[in-house]
Design a protein around this ligand. Structure first.
Ligand code: ACO
Length: 287
């Protein structure tokens, strides 16, 4: 992706890590205000490209969302002499910690706060050249995390293939939310998860967990899963919640629906109990 300004003056490293300040560790070679303006333009553009590649109705990565969340954004630029001019952005990877209830092999809910892969994109013309692996490996080193300890927010087929090929991540542990976790998720973690009691007091239950992609639904009307309540509940519900997300709006009939969620036994849970595996790609949100 090319821009009307010089990428090499704002991103001095091959891979730049940004947080909510939107400023890379090495100070850009242009004024702070100019750097901020250019970096906002880059993030918004690559966010749009990623959404288009994933056929999402709107970007899940934008400068404004970066500023209001505790996410880390890794941006890879091209350093080869052929693009020595103003430089190009090859792709990006966005990660962040989220509080989730993750099902273990026995179907128990474990409260965990794993690093989650939230958005990942390499420009179409440069896919399958090893850039994704370079970016992903850099993130793993920087965040000091093992690939099997990650939770993935609705991976695409390409991403699942990527994880199989580079990290031998194949078998998933069936979940009832939209995050995919792999075998080994619970092994040798630095901070082991907390097992939740089978029955919890009323009011203590966090009824659902929103993935990055679910905020899109928020903007369209009732938040997911409440937006599903009027129609039939034909997909697995989610448990757990994201600390970085605003509280859902309360609507008439919402409490009844939450109660019904508490007694609802999702298909994935039934599958977990029977040992049957679910194809994670089937869990992707349809538009
Ligand atoms: C949580 C989320 O972010 S889900 C969304 C993930 N992003 C997308 O799906 C957007 C479109 N895809 C992409 O941007 C890229 O393909 C990525 C980010 C998934 C991978 O980056 P790449 O630079 O292509 O990966 P890299 O070259 O390091 O590894 C290649 C491997 O990735 C997988 N892969 C990459 N592109 C494809 C493709 N078009 N079809 C199938 N598998 C693919 C394959 O396993 C491939 O190995 P192979 O060529 O031997 O089959």
């Amino acid at each position: 992706m090319e821009f009307e300004f010089d990428i090499h003056k704002i991103f001095l490293e091959p891979i730049s890590k940004l947080d909510s300040s939107l400023l890379p560790q090495r100070r850009p070679l242009v004024s702070s205000s100019e750097a901020q303006r250019q970096i906002v333009a880059v993030i918004d553009e690559i966010g749009k490209a990623s959404a288009k590649a994933q056929r999402l109705p709107a970007p899940i990565t934008s400068a404004s969302r970066m500023q209001t969340n505790q996410h880390h954004l890794y941006i890879l630029k091209d350093c080869t002499p052929k693009t020595a001019g103003r430089g190009v952005v090859i792709g990006f990877l966005k990660v962040g910690y989220k509080k989730l209830f993750v099902l273990d092999h026995s179907g128990s809910h474990i409260e965990a706060e794993p690093l989650c892969i939230l958005d990942f994109y390499i420009h179409e013309s440069l896919q399958r050249h090893g850039f994704g692996k370079e970016l992903f490996a850099f993130m793993l080193r920087t965040e000091q995390v093992e690939p099997q300890h990650l939770a993935i927010d609705r991976p695409s087929e390409k991403f699942l293939s990527f994880l199989r090929k580079h990290y031998n991540l194949r078998s998933t542990i069936p979940q009832v939310n939209n995050f995919v976790v792999f075998e080994g998720f619970f092994r040798d973690r630095k901070a082991p998860g907390r097992k939740m009691p089978a029955k919890r007091a009323e009011g203590e239950i966090k009824p659902y967990s929103l993935s990055e992609r679910d905020f899109l639904k928020h903007e369209e009307g009732l938040p997911w899963p409440f937006s599903q309540a009027q129609s039939s509940l034909n997909r697995a519900s989610s448990l757990g919640s994201s600390p970085t997300r605003a509280c859902p709006r309360h609507n008439p009939g919402e409490e009844d629906f939450v109660k019904s969620l508490r007694t609802f036994r999702p298909h994935s849970l039934q599958r977990a109990a029977s040992g049957e595996q679910e194809d994670p790609s089937q869990r992707r949100r349809t538009r």
